[in-house]
Design a protein around this ligand. Sequence first.
Ligand code: HEC
Length: 160
Amino acid sequence: MKESLKSLVITISFVIGASTGYAESGVESLSPELRSLLSKEMLAIQDGMTSIFPAYISGNLNEVANIAHKIKNSYILKQSITQVQKHELKTKLPKAFLQSDQRFHQYAGMLAHVAEERNFELVGFYYSKLAESCVSCHSQYGLHKFSDFEVKTIHKDDHH
Ligand code: HEC
């Protein structure tokens, strides 16, 4: 009797443990189809971010604008997904995640815009805004993939 109680407790704490973990991001609970779509979107925007840099520093802002447009249009909710999948994204992912994704795509739109206006300074500004958005979302919702964000940051002030 005691043994079975013990195993019940272990089972319960396992279930609780498994359901807390990283599950709050909701990303890992997505269907394999959506998960792979998200991953494709991420790899494509990483490709875009990587190609923007050489275009920017060589003054080719037309190319920067082209790539930024592509990034903007990669928004997962705008892909050819079914209504059911849209619903799944909206119910499984926290609102803040979707807002963060939306903001990210807005910055991509701004980047395209300032590149078209050939404003070099603002292109640099929005490029860094985009990079900040990657970090901000990954450090909150991508910890299962990017565990380096869990390494405690040492601030200068900590040494006093
Ligand atoms: C709104 C949230 C969000 C934003 C913004 C975001 N990401 Fe991600 N990214 C994620 C999540 C969540 C994962 C993990 C996906 C998974 O585990 O299936 C991920 C995974 C990735 C991966 C790994 C993909 C794979 O399958 O190997 C890359 C590369 C990546 N992101 C690049 C970027 C870059 C570059 C940016 C910014 C230009 C960016 N992401 C912005 C949420 C975001």
